[in-house]
Design a binder for this molecule. Sequence first.
Ligand code: HEC
Length: 160
Amino acid sequence: MVGLMPLVIGRPRARVWVFLGAALLLSACGTNGQTQLGTPVSKAVLQRGEALYNAQCLSCHGGATGGGLKDIPPPHNANGHTWHHPDQQITDIVLNGFSFSLDEPKMPAFKDKLTEEEVEAILAYIKTWWTPEQRQWQATVTAQTRERSLSGPDKGQGQN
Ligand code: HEC
């Protein structure tokens, strides 16, 4: 939640209305799928995402319903916390794997099995499980993360 606050408070009012408008749009679109605010996703991409999800992710993460916040592996539906993370972070976790602690089961890396485009399709499919509010919040955090990476202090510095 912290990430959203500066945007709502610190930016011009018009921005807030853009996001409110987008929220209405998202709720109107229902499960047609949106990766970003205002970017519709084709049915073909969603079907591809669904097939890939069922083959690669379902066995560990479960499907559209069930599960809870404390489950490991976590559900990717509206009961989980995947929607708390921007697209960039989710994509990184899927491609490169992730482990919160050594005692927990690990999220395997998929970079040898899936392309970035395929991960995008999977993510578009997962997003159809979220509520309009979750989709809106996550799209905002994703946009903020993109802005930060474009204008951040590290840009072009090439350290390491
Ligand atoms: C072998 C089981 C397994 C498979 C298969 C698997 N995961 Fe995971 N995944 C995990 C575990 C376990 C964690 C939690 C790691 C932790 O918290 O330390 C996790 C965590 C994640 C997270 C971070 C938590 C979150 O909800 O944001 C994402 C995103 C994720 N997985 C996506 C995927 C996707 C997409 C696929 C299919 C391409 C997939 N996983 C396949 C076991 C799996």
